[in-house]
Design a protein around this ligand. Structure first.
Ligand code: AMP
Ligand code: GLY
Length: 427
């Protein structure tokens, strides 16, 4: 079993993973980590896109497992580079990471395997894309092909919005090479959910479905963000929908990848749109969601070797005998910096953290934080903290999380007050 694990990334997702992987028998290193992971674990100063630097750190530290948080190092081939040195890693190969790295690859894959998704067309010629939009006469979604830091998608209710998005991506290079090719697809109605499955190349262990809140403001208003809070389980994913997701999406995806010579090891995060009980794929991510990870790690544990045994087994292509244990609900609230999601101010001193409890009811994950020379913890990013509450019910989880949110502050801090409202309305 792994004795020293390197977690790559610096967000709340990586803090959450480090927390559940750590034990008296297993030391955790984070590259590059944040103030929170630096306090509880050991940070290694290397950037997530520095592939040779991460491989060198893993060799130097003699780690027996690398757990990769963000998509960027996966699409840059970190797992392949580690494999060349004989270092096992939790995460897909560069080839399998194309499911997230290229939306045109992903859509063609879905079509090839008859997996339900929105109808689409792919363009690398701007005139052809514009002509398609003009002829469509219905709401469309315009997506940059490559990674665009979560900003490459425009949901266009009018043709003018779609044309503007096409021109910005293809003519004005708003996302550089990522926008040279665009996917234009039909707008799907319904409710979204985040469905995570841990995969060992063949088999899949599904986690409870989660939902996040993408808009910055209460009542789902204002601009899109990376996610302002999350909760699980999501009532929209009934046992019946869960079965359908596994049967019509997850199983054919894993079988298709294996048949094409790129078996998937790691976590497949299926972004679902569910309408009248029918799930369709909006997107694939080849890594854990953030903020979903905080709630999933709080909610789920595994018999046998725990999270470490599961992720280590996936990295080695063979799950250990394990069973998911999951009771009650978990909910997280993101506390964001002044200005987020536009230009953020950094360097504000965070107060109230010293009173943070760390127990099965509530804990605080760090994201954009850093430690000043005088020891003060200051903001260093848009999403700063992620407060996770757990309870027998979603209401209880929410009230525990919000009680803690109210004890922490800094100038310009903002958060949503209504995380979980969609699910609470249903109960
Ligand atoms: P993506 O990165 O492809 O998941 O897109 C980001 C967000 O845009 C999704 O979480 C949805 O809220 C929205 N979106 C993407 N594709 C569609 C679609 N075909 N229909 C409706 N909404 C969509
Ligand atoms: N919360 C959505 C994501 O991680 O992409």
């Amino acid at each position: 079993m792994a004795k020293r694990v390197l977690v790559v990334g610096s967000g709340a997702r990586e803090h959450a993973l480090a927390r559940v992987l750590s034990s008296p028998e297993c030391e955790i290193l984070c590259a590059p980590g944040n103030a929170g992971t630096g306090l509880s674990f050991r940070n290694v100063p290397v950037a997530v896109d520095d592939i040779p630097g991460i491989v060198a750190a893993a060799e130097r530290e003699g780690v027996s497992l690398v757990v990769v948080g963000p998509e960027l190092p996966l699409t840059l081939g970190l797992v392949d580079a580690l494999a060349e040195k004989g270092i096992p890693a939790f995460g897909p190969s560069k080839a399998a990471a194309q499911l997230e790295g290229s939306k045109s690859f992903m859509k063609r894959f879905l079509k090839r395997h008859s997996i339900p998704t929105a109808d689409f067309a792919i363009f690398d010629d701007v005139d052809a894309a514009e002509a398609y939009v003009r002829a469509a006469a219905r709401p469309l979604v315009v997506k940059a092909d490559g990674l665009a830091a979560g900003k490459g998608v425009t949901v266009a209710t009018t043709p003018e919005q779609a044309l503007l998005a096409v021109r910005q991506m293809m003519r004005d290079n708003a996302f550089g090479d990522a926008g040279k090719t665009v996917v234009i697809e039909e707008l799907l109605p319904g409710e979204e959910a985040s469905f995570h499955v841990i995969c060992d190349g063949e088999r899949a262990v599904p986690l409870p479905a989660a939902q996040d809140h993408k808009r910055v403001g209460d009542g789902d208003t204002g601009p899109n963000t990376g996610g302002m809070g999350a909760y699980a389980p999501a009532p929209v994913v009934t046992p019946e929908v869960h079965g359908r997701v596994m049967r019509t999406i997850v199983e054919p995806t894993l079988a298709g990848l294996k048949a094409e010579g790129t078996p998937f090891r790691g976590v497949l995060f299926v972004g679902l749109m569910i309408e009248a009980g029918v799930p369709r794929v909006l997107e694939f991510n080849v890594r854990f969601g953030d903020p979903e990870t905080g709630v999933l790690t709080s909610l789920c544990s595994f018999t046998g070797g725990g999270w470490l045994g599961l992720l280590n087994g996936a990295a080695h292509g063979q799950f250990p005998p394990t069973q998911l244990e999951c009771e009650g609900a978990a909910l997280s609230v993101v506390m964001a910096a002044e200005g987020y999601p536009a230009k953020v101010r950094n360097g504000d001193v965070i107060t109230g953290l010293e009173k943070t409890p760390e127990n099965e009811h509530v804990h605080v994950l760090h994201a954009g934080t850093t430690r000043r020379e005088d020891g003060a913890i200051v903001t260093a990013g848009g999403r700063v903290l992620n407060v996770v509450g757990r309870g027998a019910t979603l209401e209880e989880a929410a009230s525990r999380a919000y009680a803690q949110v109210d004890a922490i502050s800094w100038p310009g801090e903002h958060h949503r007050r209504d995380i979980g409202s969609r699910a609470l309305e249903k109960t």
